[in-house]
Design a protein around this ligand. Sequence first.
Ligand SMILES: NC(=O)c1ccc[n+]([C@@H]2O[C@H](COP(=O)([O-])OP(=O)(O)OC[C@H]3O[C@@H](n4cnc5c(N)ncnc54)[C@H](O)[C@@H]3O)[C@@H](O)[C@H]2O)c1
Length: 385
Amino acid sequence: MKKIYNVGLIGCGNIAETYFRAHKYFNNFKIIKCADINIMAAKKCAKLYNILSVSVDELINDNQIDVILNLTIPKAHYIIAKKALMSGKHVYSEKPLAISLKQGENLIKLANKKKLYIGNAPDTFLGGGNQKARELLDRNIIGKIKFGNAIFAYPGIQSYHPNPEPWFKKKEGGPVIDMGPYYLTALVNLLGPAKNVLSQSLEGKKKRTIGIGPKKGKKFRVECPTTYFSTIQFENGTIIRLTLSFDVISHLRNHIELYGENGSMIVPDPNMFGGSVLISKKLNSSWKYYKTNEALLGKINIKTQSSRANESATNANYRGAGLSEMIQSIHTKKKHRCNGDLALHVLNIIDSIKKSAVTGKREKIVFNCKKPNFFNKKEIKNILR
Ligand SMILES: NC(=O)c1ccc[n+]([C@@H]2O[C@H](COP(=O)([O-])OP(=O)(O)OC[C@H]3O[C@@H](n4cnc5c(N)ncnc54)[C@H](O)[C@@H]3O)[C@@H](O)[C@H]2O)c1
């Protein structure tokens, strides 16, 4: 019989529901207890999912728990992951790994020293859509990728998140730390590690208004730049222009476009698991669709648009796949895909984008990682119910 790992969830906020939903899809973990710095939030979550709520320290030291699932806000990722590792537990955190490179480096060192697994979101690159793009690139279908464009741009989280303030704080705020992990992880999965970064930023409105929840109508101050333009050079020579912004009302550009020697590819939304890959191999030719709506981890499983504006009603969301794949890797003593080296590399790019926007200089990426292995059907079936 397969071992079911006991997971303790810390951070009972907006995204927690998505991880409880993951019980429906994955066969190797069960969230059995939860905790939050806000005791009421933990109690509410425990009642809703019929589990126990305890204090954060109790959960971290609980012998029943195999893995800590860290769904706190970015600023708290470091301290919670560190405490989990110190108490001898594996940890999987939401993105980003931490809010400073030094913190991220410390966590990876600590996990290595303790011989524990440290995993990190995003896991969306394991989805049918982005894996299809990877498969086609591995088959060299459009030749060597010379350059490309990537964009995430919308008006910001304040309209649909009841506590949006941390997304606009000086240190942990801004679009690079929030949405960068999806785009950068997807790009590393497709192209391999990055080499250097050059970027510029600009500031949007100085104040924003909360659009939902008990604080609706309240204005708060924006402490960070809210738009970044970056040029990223990858080890394989590919150059990507990346725009990340909380200052755009609407746009019609594709999430990621890659231009190869023999054609162009449109990569599905790296924030989601499904979507079609489009390929054009001739000027003015129609685009060939490679659908993934029947693929494992690609089937549409969202029927209605939830309050989260970044969850498309016609896409697939299998968040928790990375946690499940990490648990499978613990079990089989293999390296997991959403691993610490990948998360630290991505944090290094994030940090360099922010630094370069201040210094105006090209920043070298120093923490390297391996391109994750393609996630094949047999491996996916192993973790699915
Ligand atoms: N909301 C989304 O759509 C979404 C999607 C994907 C990923 N994420 C990521 O998930 C994480 C959480 O996001 P969210 O939207 O659920 O945030 P949230 O603010 O709704 O919830 C975070 C929870 O963590 C708790 N918390 C904060 N500091 C803590 C600490 N030191 N110890 C214990 N608990 C603490 C808060 O009280 C809160 O209940 C973030 O890293 C975010 O980037 C969010």
